[in-house]
Write a protein that binds this ligand. Structure first.
Ligand code: SAH
Length: 394
């Protein structure tokens, strides 16, 4: 296969020598031929030495590197990469378990597949392309996925309508590439969830909180729990299983509250301890009393870009300040940020400031992050995005 060639400016190969998977448009000296968006290209240094092969795209990240070896990007390549990803999930103990069939199989750069996300929910894999190249290769990837996961999954749902660059005018439609089951109940650590991959957020479920939810279960006994930004109610059911006294789930989206109520019926039908409210977080926190002694704050990303950082930090500060103000003495706060541009230190400072505003004594019990099926490529530290603190509030 002959790929078009991208030549870098002198010195711009340095980050590639350290295996960083992105090539910015400013690093390119010239391109031989005119690759289309999503086309596979080979990358050469200014000395005309091969350095990488990847997907070309118009925009600030011009090439997403798929391999630092001079090899074809074909069916065998995808199959090999997916086999490795699946083996990693088996060896870390999330795949192939009777109690858990919900996990991330491919986490973009973390699995050396920039632009590709695949989540597995029972017998369905939901595949999401964040780059034009992965969109172009979707059928080949789906074929390889079906082979690698033969006997484990029957359905592949492609969901990239909102994740591909708008300007590329791909008009990708969501839909099944393989199979077509409507059975959407998945198991996470023995709890059941309806996963709405058709209309839900992301691939339908926030897989990345699995271990943090399990930790919450250990703290729930006898507590009055507020699960703020509950989405499908994940944290709430772990709290109920852990013996919580009462659990209130809050989300501004009525659809999320419906999903949460459906999941209550799946796991704890008719359990009077649970109640759900479709309401804005800040309004609820303002009007609520001081009955809660276990609060979860898992808001959506407040900052999607660097310029929004200041406002985002202010958002985290205000939100956490309200929790510190109201949580009962001896209460436990699970607080998170999933904004990639907010660093661990940024987030900790925002929470620290909020704690100081309340004047209460606060201890850090745990520092949380994303689970092992959302690995961080050591050469791509930008892949670390989920931050959490578990705090004891005196
Ligand atoms: N904790 C969830 C994931 C949260 S995603 C889980 O474990 O699955 C963030 C959620 O915040 C979304 O469901 C979104 O509808 C909700 N949300 C966004 N803005 C909000 C607001 N101002 N008040 C309450 N909920 C909000």
């Amino acid at each position: 296969m002959s790929y078009k060639k991208v030549f870098l400016k002198s010195g711009k190969e340095e980050s590639l020598k350290r295996f960083h998977p992105w090539i910015f448009s400013g690093a390119i000296h010239h391109i031989e031929g005119e690759p289309e968006e999503g086309e596979t290209v080979k990358v050469y240094t200014s000395n005309k030495e091969f350095i990488a092969v990847g997907h070309f795209q118009v925009g600030s990240i011009a090439v997403r590197v798929l391999s630092f070896c001079d090899e074809p990007i074909d069916y065998d390549f995808w199959k090999r990469k997916l086999e490795i990803a699946y083996n990693v999930r088996k060896s870390i103990g999330v795949a192939g378990k009777p109690q858990n069939n919900t996990y991330r199989l491919v986490h973009g750069e973390g699995d050396n597949l920039p632009g590709l996300v695949i989540d597995v929910y029972a017998r369905t894999a939901v595949m999401q392309a964040h780059s034009v190249g992965m969109h172009v290769c979707r059928m080949q990837i789906a074929e390889a996925l079906a082979e690698v996961m033969h006997g484990v999954i029957d359905n592949i749902y492609y969901k990239s309508e909102t994740t591909l660059p708008y300007k590329a005018e791909l008009e990708a439609e969501n839909g099944f590439i393989k199979g077509g089951s409507t059975d959407n109940v998945a198991l996470e650590n023995g709890l059941k969830f309806h996963v709405d991959w058709l209309k839900g957020q992301k691939t339908g479920f926030f897989v990345d909180q699995r271990e943090n939810r399990a930790l919450l279960e250990r703290y729930a006994k006898g507590r009055n729990v507020l699960n703020m930004f509950c989405y499908t109610g994940g944290f709430s059911f772990y709290a109920m299983r852990g013996g919580a006294n009462l659990v209130h789930s809050v989300d501004s989206s009525a659809k999320a509250i419906d999903l949460t109520n459906d999941n209550v019926e799946l796991n704890f039908p008719g359990d009077p301890r649970h109640n759900a409210f479709a309401e804005d977080a800040f309004k609820f926190l303002d009007r609520m009393g001081d009955q809660y002694d276990l609060i979860i704050l898992d808001p959506p990303a407040f900052a999607k870009h660097k310029d929004a950082l200041r406002n985002a930090l202010q958002g985290y500060r205000k939100l956490n300040a309200k929790a510190f103000e109201k949580i009962r003495p001896g209460g436990i706060l699970f607080t998170f940020s999933c904004s990639q541009v907010v660093t661990k230190d940024n987030f900790r400072t925002a929470v620290f400031t909020a704690a100081a505003m309340s004047g209460r004594s606060v201890r850090i019990l745990h520092q949380l992050t994303q689970p092992a099926d959302h690995p961080v490529n050591i050469y791509h530290p930008e892949g670390e995005y989920l931050k959490g603190l578990v705090l004891y509030v005196e």
